[in-house]
Design a protein around this ligand. Structure first.
Ligand SMILES: CC(C)(COP(=O)(O)OP(=O)(O)OC[C@H]1O[C@@H](n2cnc3c(N)ncnc32)[C@H](O)[C@@H]1OP(=O)(O)O)[C@@H](O)C(=O)NCCC(=O)NCCSC(=O)CCC(=O)O
Length: 566
């Protein structure tokens, strides 16, 4: 790009920056010297390929979504939390919010993630262990007791039974007297990544996609700020994918949901802002920063050029980041604080919108209160002390980071081509039921391609670790240690007994006829193809449990069994 065009861009950025609201904060270095909100080429310098980098707040958004960067608003500190029953988790949320957490993020226990009630025999031993147990709207009410749902953004990490859980959240809001249309938050809902990596699905992909389409339609129509999908690379990466695979599979999944919305006749400029993303921040500092920058650029280009999005918000890739659980070690666990800080810094330099920092004890158990506090404080040290929120995309223009960004983007584009080819193998006539990328994803799930590719990458990394080419402190290098064991959080099995007892009480107190009638209404909608959200809300209002709702649908749609692969 020639020097004049760069200057014109700088003037455009400056005008938008001047017109934007900024935080009341001291934007100088520790020594008191002023810093600019963003840096670019020196005036008069040309820069080849600058259109790929650009200025913060404008297409292709490589440098961030806002002209102000974090001067307008810092990232949301959103710590993923949940354990035991709704009451215990509610206390943890109040602790997080009173200590400066900016939003909530619900971790559910395994039975809830699989759409089972706490009294289901398959739930035995798992209730309240890896997250909070939620059986019905009554639990959801307790979970958010004294937390005004209209004022706090809440993320819920659940995909298989995401839609009934969303209905419970809506009913909890109704019972607080909050108008559901003002709710703002995020539901994970990303079923593609369940088949690819996380493995917590309920049905075959098609009925899941139908439910997701219903949800997108419902939110686009009535809850404009709510994000019904958090397209997740985190679990794909944690399963062993490379940075480029994480990026490409996740963005492809996102394209799949866009194709789903379009196939339902929805307006891309209306529903696309409801798609958000969730990435891993692994320990290779610069590669991660490049990955985040490439993510925004690729998404904006595809949304504009392939799917016809005209509004900026529909071209924006907004993302949450979690530091890499898989990088933490049980050996010398205090070192995990350092790893997490480095990973969190990469997320921030990559312009994350929201961030979770892992606790140092997470390889061993759910975080203790002390470990959870250190994780929270890690973000606050970055935000308040280091000056990283002063300048937008401070690594923009670094030869290394720009080349890494280009390389990861090119790698991702190659993977999109492979996915499209798989789609064409499934539909050689080019007649795709939802869209070309979706066909490729479904084919890749069916024939085990994604899982195979991820397993290959995981295997290669493990080999290099075992050969000592890659090093992990405390594991294959610097293994001697004088630090003692950690106190870890243990969730008592008493929680399970109590949850089952409370559930039995609620079931005996409800109007059984109302429950049956509502479940029948939901089944009728499942059969006649109409939008299922309203009838599901009725079932939830009648205190039908998660297991009952999912049970009706399992009976109707069947369950999914993964094909064996070698
Ligand atoms: C979009 C995100 C990513 C973030 O939403 P947030 O509300 O926190 O932030 P945001 O949208 O960026 O910002 C809030 C509002 O401020 C505005 N805003 C932000 N920065 C601004 C700036 N500089 N100038 C002007 N406005 C600005 C935004 O446009 C938005 O307003 P408007 O709303 O008006 O636009 C959302 O989807 C989210 O919260 N995701 C979290 C997902 C999550 O927690 N997942 C946990 C998975 S945990 C998991 O899977 C477990 C893994 C494991 O451990 O196993």
């Amino acid at each position: 790009m020639d020097a004049d065009a760069i200057e014109e861009g700088r003037r455009r950025w400056q005008a938008r920056y001047d017109a934007s609201r900024k935080r009341e904060a001291d934007f100088t270095t520790l020594s008191g010297d002023p810093v600019e909100p963003v840096y670019g080429p020196r005036p008069g310098d040309a820069y080849e390929g600058f259109e790929r980098i650009g200025w913060p707040g404008e297409y292709p958004f490589t440098r961030g979504l806002y002209p102000t960067g974090y001067r307008g608003r810092t990232w949301t500190i959103r710590q993923f939390a949940g354990f035991g029953n709704a009451e215990q988790t509610n206390e943890r949320y109040k602790m997080i919010l009173s200590n400066g957490g900016g939003g909530l993020s619900v971790a559910f226990d395994m039975p809830t993630l699989m759409g089972r009630d706490s009294d289901d025999p398959r739930s035995l031993g798992e209730v309240g262990h890896c997250g909070v147990a939620i059986d019905s709207a009554a639990d959801m009410e307790v979970l958010f007791k004294d937390i005004p749902l209209g004022d706090v953004t809440t993320s819920m990490t659940i995909s298989g039974p995401a839609v009934p859980v969303f209905c419970m959240y809506l009913v909890a809001a109704e019972r607080q007297g909050v108008d559901p249309s003002v709710l703002n938050g995020t539901l994970q809902t990303d079923i593609f990544k369940e088949y690819i990596a996380q493995k917590e699905w309920l049905f075959q992909p098609e009925p899941h996609l139908r439910l997701i389409g219903d949800l997108m339609e419902y939110c686009a129509g009535g809850i404009p700020a709510y994000k019904p999908l958090s397209v997740s690379g985190y679990h794909i990466r944690e399963a062993g994918a490379t940075a480029a695979q994480e990026l490409a599979y996740t963005l492809a999944d996102g394209f799949g949901y866009v194709e789903l919305g379009l196939s339902r006749g929805l307006d891309v400029d209306v529903f696309a802002p409801g798609l958000s993303f969730f990435f891993d921040a692994h320990v290779d500092f610069f590669e991660e920063i490049a990955k985040f920058r490439a993510a925004r650029r690729i998404w904006a280009r595809w949304m504009r050029d392939v799917y016809g999005a005209k509004s900026e918000k529909a071209q924006w890739l907004r993302f949450h980041t979690q530091t890499a659980g898989v990088s933490l070690t049980a050996q010398q666990p205090y070192n995990n604080v350092v790893r997490t800080a480095v990973e969190a810094l990469a997320a921030v330099l990559g312009g994350t919108n929201s961030l979770h920092t892992n606790a140092l004890d997470e390889t061993l158990a759910l975080p203790s209160e002390q470990a959870a506090e250190i994780a929270l404080r890690t973000q606050q040290v970055l935000m308040e002390e280091t000056g990283v929120a002063n300048v937008a995309d401070p690594l923009g223009g670094s030869w290394y980071v720009e080349q890494l960004t280009d390389r990861i983007e090119a790698d991702a584009e190659k993977i999109f081509e492979q996915i499209k080819e798989r789609g064409l193998r499934a539909h050689p006539d080019g007649q795709h039921p939802i869209g070309p990328i979706t066909s490729g994803i479904l084919r890749g799930i069916e024939d085990g391609w994604f899982t195979g590719e991820i397993a290959e990458s995981a295997f290669r990394y493990q080999q290099s670790l075992e050969k000592g080419d890659k090093k992990v402190v405390g594991v294959n290098v610097h293994t001697g240690s004088v630090t003692g064991d950690l106190e870890i959080l243990r969730v008592s099995h008493e929680v399970e007994r109590e949850q089952v007892r409370v559930l039995a009480g609620r079931k005996s107190a409800r109007d059984e006829v109302a429950v049956r009638t509502a479940l029948d209404g939901m089944l009728a909608a499942a059969r006649d193809g109409s939008n299922m959200i309203e009838p599901m809300l009725d079932a939830v209002r009648a205190e039908a449990t998660l297991g009952e709702i999912c049970g009706v649908l399992r009976d109707e749609w069947g369950v999914y069994t993964e094909p064996a692969g070698f």
